[in-house]
Design a binder for this molecule. Sequence first.
Ligand SMILES: [Fe+2]
Ligand SMILES: [Fe+2]
Length: 353
Amino acid sequence: MECGDKLILVVDDEKAIRESISDFLEDTGCSPDTAANGREAVEMIRSKKYDAVIVDLNMPEMDGFEVLERVAPENPNMPIIVLSGVGVIDKAVEAIRKGAWDFLSKPISSFSVLQITLNRVFERARLRAENRLYREHLEEEVRRKTAQVIEMSRSLIAAQKEIILKLGDVVETRSHETGNHVQRVSEYTYLLSKLYGMTESEALDIKLASPMHDVGKIGIPDNILNKPGDLTEEEFAVIKTHTSIGYSIFNTSELPVLKLAAEIALYHHEHWDGSGYPNGISGNNIPVSSRITTIVDVFDAVSHSRIYKDAWDIEESCSYIKANSGKMFDPELADLFINNIEQFLEIHHRFTE
Ligand SMILES: [Fe+2]
Ligand SMILES: [Fe+2]
């Protein structure tokens, strides 16, 4: 037997048996300890780490069953071999149920049986330890990889957000709109979506997509886009195409957030009563993402100065929203906006230009 310096506890009330087993173990290179009863054995097991315990079931002072009950649950990885009288197989089965790894019949006729049994339990203990290590390693690896994936998607989302805002900025700059317009529209749409009862992820999608509502202005000639005076009918017709241009920029994308951006770009000038453009659709036929963006886009436009107009004060801006509820705007959304104006004004002040 390959015993190495394994520490084995032999527990038997019969001194002769204790000693003969102990002698045999010493001969094979193990380091045996002995205990004459269960009580002593339990104390020793609790104070020292044994590689295996061989314990007699039938002892006057605390029998082997009680030893098993006390130490097996605390030491699930320590092999315990029980010694039972010949012919009392029921007892051996009961011991196995209580946590014994194997059993031997007394008297031990040949030590080779003990040797085989010990080899068997040591092999099992080794496999269990290996398995445990593998599992721990695997769990650690899964934890590490999961953290990596989370970090990766976090930075991807951050990058996506930044690119989108920058794109909105480009349009903003080109059309000489007020600074931070797209940033405010983004924050406003998120707030209004939440107030409307959307889930966090739906609201976040709109927050991400709404800054690109005017991206189609990229396709509008400068002299029309930045004309300070009134537009002719033809010029206005050209301006209107920024909705469908924006749509065609994003609609072919596979990314859901860009699909949403396409939808918002196309419909953000539609009016609740059907008087908007490009399609003149009305009511709930206009996607809610666009109905939300329309209100906050208009509110932000009127409450800040533009090349063609001065800024209105907040009261005037709110009156405009109220006056157009049910006309330009979804009345339910307009009510939500007005009833929670303090929260919107917090954003208005946070992102001043
Ligand atoms: Fe627009
Ligand atoms: Fe806008």
